[in-house]
Structure formats: structure tokens, C-alpha cells
Design a protein around this ligand. Sequence first.
Ligand code: Z5A
Ligand code: MG
Length: 211
Amino acid sequence: MESNKRGAFIVFEGCDRVGKSTQSNKLFKLLKDKDVAVKHINFPDRSTIIGDLINRFLKNTQDLSNEVIHLLFSANRWERVNSIQEDLLAGTTVICDRYAYSGVVYSVAKGLDMDWCWAPDRGLLKPDAVFYLKANPDQLASRCNFGTERYEKLELQRKVSELFDDFNERESSYWHQFDAFETEQELHSQISTIVEKLLPQVADKPLEKLT
Ligand code: Z5A
Ligand code: MG
């Protein structure tokens, strides 16, 4: 008989180079090894036509206005919404590296209006948990040099970091903050403990949307 339990929608957020990909991949492997149905996705999804435009923008080979790139990042999430919903309802847990919160904070850090920025992401699926890896961008710069992508500048990362902190405060019912300077293994263990409790908690809950 098919299970009517749904999977959990888990998002990783934080500044550049805080370890989102490292931790989301570790969690994916752990759940897979435990035979939990799980998928790992990331935004921007550079594999689509919209994602290719975003990639060219980030690599500085395509100029786009702040408004246009913002809407493309959001459209790139809308491209995946049906497949995420299908997976969750089929009982698959979806681990997502960056989501709508990244969409808003980078654009607001560049000077766009918060309400305008949030509007196109309203109606997307709401995560069951957001794991926010927090690090002071000045300290992060010493972890590894910023690369050559468009947003990898200290001043912008400082604003981004403050805006993530604001989200963490406002959305504290499902955001979990971690110190990104803990060891990879320590962070993984803290995150796994929360996920172990989360999966049974959300299994019978209806999916919610971002409002
Ligand atoms: N963006 C946007 O503007 N609007 C949107 O809607 C979305 C995104 C979705 C590309 O994102 C850009 O898109 C991004 C935001 C913008 N611009 N910036 N800045 P991306 O997700 O493709 O790239 P990224 O997240 O910025 O960078 P990243 O390199 O993928 O970072 P990460 O995944 O957080 O870090 P990591 O690869 O796991 O780790 C970085 C290094 O640190 C690596 O060498 C690790 O081995 C090391 N590491 C990891 N954890 C630790 C610990 N605990 N201790 C020590 N060292 C560690
Ligand atoms: Mg990454």
C-alpha cells in the first residue's frame, strides 16, 4: 500500500561560503544511508534556460537590471515548485540549498524594496525547517578567498548577513541558527538531531505556502 506520509522540506541558507553545500550534502548522504527517500536540490538551478541566464549574470558575462535578475531567480524557483510538491507528497524529503530567503536578501542588499522583492515568491512552498549557517563575513573571507562571481564582495556580504539575521529573528518558529565556524562534523551532528525529530513531526501535516 502506498504511504500517505509526506516528506519534509528542508532549506539551507546563509552567506557565501558558510558551508551550505557541505552540510546539505552530508545530510542527504546520511538520510540516503538510512534508506529515507530523499532528494537534494539547489537554487539557482543553473540547468534550465532561466538558470543559464542567471549563471551568465553571476559570472559577469550578462548584465541585467536588479529587478530583472530578481524576477529570474524567483521564476527559477517557480520552475521547480510542482516537482518539489510531487516529491514531498510522495513521501520524499527534499533538501534545498538556498531558497526564497536568498532571493530577497541579495536584492534588498542591493537596494530594492523588501515587499516588492518578497511578492513574486509568495505562494511557493514554505519549508518545514530552515537551517541558517551564520558567520561574520569578515571572518569568512579568511576561510577562503571570495571567488570571481558578481556578489562575492565583502560590503554586500555584510548587508546580506544582517538581512539573514532579521529573517532568523522574524521566522524563529522554523529557522534554526548554527555557528558556521563549528567543525563540519559538529554542525552535521546538530543538524541531524533536529532532522530526526522533524521527519515524523511533519509526516501528517499539510504543506504550507509562503505568505
Ligand atoms: N542568489 C541570489 O542572489 N538570489 C537567489 O534567489 C538565489 C541565489 C537562490 C550563487 O549561489 C549566488 O546566487 C549567491 C547568491 C545568489 N551569491 N553570492 N554570494 P550559490 O549557492 O551557487 O553559491 P554560494 O552559496 O554563494 O557559494 P558556495 O560556494 O556554494 O557556498 P556554500 O555552499 O555555503 O559553502 P561550501 O561550498 O559548503 O563551503 C565553502 C568552503 O568552506 C569549502 O572549501 C568547504 O570545504 C569549507 N567548509 C565548509 N564547512 C566548513 C566548516 N564547518 N569549517 C571549515 N571549513 C568549512
Ligand atoms: Mg554552495
